[in-house]
Design a protein around this ligand. Structure first.
Ligand SMILES: [Zn+2]
Length: 387
């Protein structure tokens, strides 16, 4: 279906290893099954004007996120940092970024990977593994659900089962309702299951890192109000069949709300050569609906230009319609999605992936923290943060 460059072949091998077995409903599915969305590309700078809506188009058009500055800093302030004078700068988003600290990233990862005890259902437990059908995975999903509840979100579980793989699981969905356009939804997500070759599966990079991103998004963004609804979603079943995300994509189709995007994170904490490269996976640019994915990438890149993060990140677009990440489940349902994934170039693959040595100590904490900051800031802009 897509041309594999040697680079992408390497990625494919990694992700094939990551996913282990292809589910029948995933290989059956073809992208672009639903009618083409009518949303034009989003404006990504304050100079862009949203295109006029076409007559006959969707009567409830997506209200496009814009980069309108709400900063009161005068542009002429000579000593202001560059980011605070750039288009789209938002002082609340800068504060959110400041509040996402490496120590929180570290502590939450320690809990999810069994290095520290966590409280689940009032009991102190160690999450030593998060492999499918393990007690540890049950603890982990309940832990994240209770964490979201403690942030004041309304939390639901979505159960799924796959007869072919003979596995089942539970997704966790936390919701922060939008106050202006509640039927427009921005999703931030990650899979929580892991698949070790043998032994325990601490899965620090794959994918406690993404889950910590969702947890910190819930913790920080729940302190603010947004135009659009934000959902914080944890998938299970990724390593076998993308089953959790497929089930959630199905639920989104049935709900019929306007999904701005599903911003997924899968391995955002390993940076072998410390060059700060981060890849955003989208559909191939000529595919129907890809413009919405590419607009999310543009927003992400704009965030990196506008704000000061724990360390500098270098954004890369990977418009490859990759079949081995949870975004695939949404693309086949014609729902916009992107996946943030660390540098996968040759000699930069995480050598501990899918082993019991994928531990917190191997992670690059400034890189990890910056990826969480960038993701949360991107969501804040897409959802329209309110003063
Ligand atoms: Zn993964």
């Amino acid at each position: 279906m897509r041309k594999m460059t040697p680079l992408l072949t390497l990625l494919g091998l990694l992700l094939i290893a990551c996913q282990a077995i292809n589910a029948p409903f995933i290989s059956m599915a073809e992208p672009t099954l639903a009618p083409a969305p009518t949303a034009p590309p989003w404006p990504t700078s304050s100079n862009d004007v949203p295109p006029a809506s076409n007559p006959g188009a969707d009567p409830i058009p997506v209200r496009l996120p814009t980069w309108t500055s709400t900063s009161s800093l005068p542009n002429s302030l000579p000593t202001a940092p560059a980011d605070e004078t750039s288009a789209g700068f938002n002082a609340q988003v800068a504060e959110i970024i400041r509040q996402i600290r490496p120590e929180d990233v570290y502590n939450y990862t320690a809990g999810l990977t069994g290095e520290e005890a966590v409280t689940v259902g009032g009991r102190s437990v160690w999450i030593e593994t998060r492999t499918t059908d393990s007690e540890g995975l049950d603890y982990a999903t309940q832990y994240v659900a209770e964490f979201m509840q403690a942030q004041g979100l309304s939390v639901t579980y979505q159960e799924w089962e796959n007869d072919y793989e003979e596995i089942s699981g539970v997704n966790v969905i936390g919701e922060l309702p939008g106050t202006v356009y509640p039927d427009e939804v921005v999703v931030i997500s990650a899979h929580i299951d892991n698949l070790p070759e043998r032994g325990a599966a601490p899965g620090a990079d794959d994918n406690a890192s993404g889950v910590v991103g969702v947890m910190l998004a819930a913790e920080r963004l729940s302190q603010y109000r947004f135009e659009r609804t934000i959902r914080f979603v944890i998938f299970t079943g990724e390593e076998y069949c993308l089953c959790g995300s497929a089930a959630y994509a199905w639920q989104l189709e049935r709900e019929g709300k306007e999904i701005i995007t599903v911003y997924n994170m899968d391995m955002i904490a390993w940076d072998g050569n410390n060059d700060g490269h981060i890849y955003i996976f989208t559909r191939e640019s000529n595919e129907r609906g890809a413009d919405n994915d590419l607009a999310v990438f543009d927003t992400f890149a704009q965030v990196l230009e506008t704000y000061t993060l724990e360390r500098e990140l270098v954004p890369h677009l990977a418009d490859t319609s990759d079949e081995y990440i949870d975004s695939w489940s949404f693309w086949v349902a014609d729902i916009s999605s992107v996946t943030a994934l660390e540098d996968y170039e040759y000699l930069e693959l995480n050598p501990y992936n899918h082993t019991s040595r994928d531990t917190l100590a191997t992670l690059n904490l400034p890189y990890f923290t910056s990826n969480v900051q960038a993701a949360v800031a991107t969501i804040a802009h897409l959802a329209g943060i309110l003063p």
